[in-house]
Design a protein around this ligand. Structure first.
Ligand code: CTP
Length: 427
């Protein structure tokens, strides 16, 4: 996504400017061609050499004015740029951008470029909340700029409030999203499920599985970077929500089923990468179960203090969508998207297997009427739960089978979207 992209990072004079060093470094590592422009006051905080060391490219500032080459340079930079991100953006520069003032290298480039603009305001709380700054930001947003909300927290002044520069991951996410806005998933709504579900035994214990959510989060992030609107329905995981996706958190399979049902209205694609629990404890105890005298037989304890859990079937979310009899549990009506949708929902399932992968995967693909089924061998060390890589086989409804090599989960996510895009309805 970032490989060979021409990105200008504008740095304003604020204490958060030192954090932009990390951003420039991460963008460079991801293969982007990063041109840094410093305002005069930014140089008081971080020296140009720091940025050029990270970007491996020249750094521009108002000193170029003195060399007499600023005019040609700012036009060339503006024309070549694929994105301009100002990190941090101070109230002063935001005001200049709103009014088209071009009195330094950065604001001149901002006025001359047609590239999308990303702004990360970071400043003292009361300058950020001032009606003038808010009005300027609203104006810039109206013109199409992406404004990354500052974080709320302790500011350099000691005050607490909005004004902190977000993390590098958030900044990089906003840049990737803006770069991908016209990608092959632009104007598409996609729903991705991720992580495992927790089925409560009592208020403190649950039946769960080892899904980390990494594969599903990578799929959601990749869809965002190709221009999609993304709803990510996630079970409990230890991951940060990717910037710019709508996160809906759930705990149980029943909650995930409800969340999927409401999210797929109007959606183009559903990718069910979540490891949904097939069973749940019949009746979770209202209070914490105690060993020793236990809760008695009614709570599942036997005469020897052993505990037996009675598990009942959860609905099969994908099975229900395909209208397969037996997918729903009796207390809920069956759902089906047949006849209720104006466009076809492309459905992609996952199968985590430890044995007989091909046979199991093929029968799931057919049984759940899927367009694609992505099977992985979770018995391998380089594949499946918790690790950064995956080794998958993609089964197509057409009968095609693709055995892919071990790849980072981000690469698997990109390949899955490459296969989904040709299946999207054109209506
Ligand atoms: N799935 C689902 N609802 C469930 C269980 C699974 O929608 N209650 C989805 C998963 O998200 C996945 C696909 O179905 O995309 C296959 O899940 P998997 O657990 O591998 O298969 P099952 O059909 O549950 O079969 P089994 O557990 O017996 O292997």
């Amino acid at each position: 996504m970032l490989l060979n992209k021409r990105i200008i990072i504008g740095i304003c004079g604020g204490i958060a400017s030192y954090k932009a060093v990390d951003l420039v470094s991460k963008l460079q590592q991801a293969g982007a061609l990063v041109d840094v422009i410093l305002t005069e006051h930014a140089e008081d905080f971080v020296r140009p050499l720091t940025f050029s060391t990270m970007s491996h490219r020249p750094v521009y500032s108002d000193l170029w004015e003195a060399s007499g080459r600023a005019a040609e340079t700012h036009i060339a930079l503006a024309e070549e740029a694929e994105l301009l991100a100002i990190v941090p953006a101070t109230a002063n520069t935001i005001a200049k951008l709103a009014y088209g003032i071009a009195d330094n290298m950065l604001t001149a480039v901002a006025l001359a470029t047609k590239a999308p603009l990303v702004l990360a305001p970071a400043m003292y709380r009361d300058m950020y909340t001032h009606p003038a700054t808010q009005a300027n930001l609203a104006l810039l947003r109206e013109r199409g700029a992406c404004i990354i909300e500052p974080e709320v927290g302790r500011l350099a002044s000691g005050a607490v409030g909005p004004g902190r520069l977000p993390t590098t991951e958030v900044l990089q996410g906003a840049i990737s999203k803006a770069l991908g806005r016209n990608g092959d998933l632009a104007h598409r709504l996609v729903v991705v499920t991720a992580g495992g579900t927790h089925e409560p035994i009592d208020p403190v214990r649950y039946v769960g599985n080892r899904s980390s959510g990494k594969m599903g989060y990578a799929i959601a992030t990749e869809a965002r970077d190709r221009g999609a609107d993304v709803i990510l329905i996630s079970g409990p995981v230890a991951l940060e929500a990717p910037y710019g996706v709508e996160l809906r958190t759930v705990e149980t399979a029943l909650q995930m089923r409800d969340a999927v049902q409401s999210a797929i209205t109007g959606a183009d694609v559903l990718v069910m990468s979540a490891a949904v629990a097939d069973f749940r404890p019949d009746t979770p105890a209202a209070q914490k179960l105690k060993k020793g005298n236990g809760g008695g037989e009614a709570q599942g304890f036997d005469a020897h203090g052993g505990l037996t859990l009675h598990l009942v079937r959860n609905p099969d979310i994908l099975g229900e969508l395909a209208g397969i009899p037996g997918s729903s549990e009796t207390s809920h009506g069956q759902i089906t998207d047949k006849g209720e949708r104006s466009k076809r929902l492309v459905r992609v399932g996952f199968a985590a297997e430890t044995n007989d992968i091909v046979t199991n995967a093929q029968s799931k693909l057919q049984a759940k009427h899927l367009d694609l089924l992505v099977a992985n061998d979770v018995g391998r060390r380089d594949s499946g739960f918790g690790v950064e890589t995956n080794k998958v086989i993609i089964f197509h409804a057409t009968g095609q089978i693709e055995d892919l090599p071990v790849m980072p989960k981000t690469g698997v996510a990109a390949t899955i979207w490459d296969r989904i895009v040709p299946l999207l309805s054109t209506t």
